[in-house]
Design a binder for this molecule. Sequence first.
Ligand SMILES: NC(=O)C1=CN([C@@H]2O[C@H](COP(=O)(O)OP(=O)(O)OC[C@H]3O[C@@H](n4cnc5c(N)ncnc54)[C@H](OP(=O)(O)O)[C@@H]3O)[C@@H](O)[C@H]2O)C=CC1
Ligand SMILES: CC(C)CCC[C@@H](C)[C@H]1CC=C2C3=C(CC[C@@]21C)[C@@]1(C)CC[C@H](O)C[C@@H]1CC3
Length: 420
Amino acid sequence: MADKIKTTRTKELEFGGSIGALLMLIFLPGTVLYLLLTCNTADASVFQVPGPLPPLETLWNPFALTLLLGWMSLQAVLYMLPMGTIAEGITLRDNSRLRYKINAFYAFLVSAVLAGVAVTLRVPLSYVYDHFLEFAVASGIISLALSIFLYIKSLAAPESALAPGGNSGNPLYDFFIGHELNPRIGSFDLKYFCELRPGLIGWCLINLCFLMKDIELRGSASLSMILVCGFQGLYVMDALWHEEAILTTMDIVHDGFGFMLAFGDLCWVPFTYSLQAYFLVRHPQELSTLAAIGIVLLNAVGYIIFRGANSQKNAFRRNPSDPSVTGLETIPTATGKKLLVSGWWGLVRHPNYLGDLIMALAWSLPCGLGHILPYFYVIYFTGLLIHREARDEHQCLKKYGLAWQEYCKRVPYRIFPYIY
Ligand SMILES: NC(=O)C1=CN([C@@H]2O[C@H](COP(=O)(O)OP(=O)(O)OC[C@H]3O[C@@H](n4cnc5c(N)ncnc54)[C@H](OP(=O)(O)O)[C@@H]3O)[C@@H](O)[C@H]2O)C=CC1
Ligand SMILES: CC(C)CCC[C@@H](C)[C@H]1CC=C2C3=C(CC[C@@]21C)[C@@]1(C)CC[C@H](O)C[C@@H]1CC3
């Protein structure tokens, strides 16, 4: 069957094609270094001219690399343990469906217990704060090595296994965007594993290390630090609890596994999404109880929209007659699938992004209003989701044609009601 599938080259190159890919290869690691170095200065100002890069030998820490590899190995073992359930992914081009282990939440629980033991035994977790830049560099090296391995592996993959968006024939572009769709070693799915586990759970562990550093410096953790760690911990647990939902995301269904996702999952997420907590260690902020209550409410509003929208769509896609969605208005499409036009999906075309962005703002506000740096996540994330929304619309227009145009007419705003 696989042999009969015709070569389909990717014609529409995203991210500015091969030049864009080359720039991103430099820009993404450069941004991580810039953010961490700036955050570690006395005024953490983005308006200052960046200082020279520290000597390379101070960035290279073999112990940090070993710890990261140990962390990834622990997550790989937890992934392979016979716990949890099995889910099937969407139907692939060769009509097969891959099977995926659903046990990320258990992996989180085991990791949390181990972290608790480390705190009780007074393992110096603040080491991660003191050597954070070295950890980031080590993680960049791991991501690059993994991407090179993935690209070489993809050259031997059958045509049917290549990503629809990552088969341009241009090696640089395909290396960046990902050539093979679902690279596996046996039943170990590399992309699926990296998307949720080492980076996302690692982000929580990094936040914990920063919280411990806060306690070490000041005797107790600040309210700002507790809020940031609490909000982000909730977000990660939510993603792991709903692990099965990522099987239908464009990352798993459309994008290959290359530098973009490998670096995104293993370096970008843990080392830039934790920037607020990193910032708070050196730049502690006073937060009034009233401000804290306001921020908690904002995060709750964001979470209700984010979770409500995601759960409504997931329930509808799993079973359109599910009692929780039967009263909702829909538009039929030529594919047989329907589109929701009321409920959360009647408010804007991407209500889940709206909720996610409101939460992103709530994660930065505990860092006060005096610095731009801790708002990096909200700014980057707005750009990422606007771009992602445009990519998704493009795919939906191809998939649903006139029905999608009708949906756009009925629900004119994309993410922000009455604005965009
Ligand atoms: N923190 C982070 O860095 C990131 C977080 N996210 C979050 O991850 C979550 C998943 O996002 P993402 O992967 O982009 O995809 P979405 O969950 O937004 O799914 C988009 C898909 O939903 C279906 N759909 C769209 N409109 C409708 C409708 N009206 N009725 C029914 N189905 C519809 C279409 O697929 P089909 O019709 O084929 O089912 C479409 O392709 C989001 O909450 C997002 O905020 C995403 C990226 C990064
Ligand atoms: C480095 C680049 C600029 C872009 C990298 C993008 C990745 C960081 C993101 C692509 C899609 C993601 C998703 C999530 C995390 C970030 C990445 C990997 C979630 C797992 C976050 C939690 C949500 O509940 C689900 C998300 C799915 C997509």
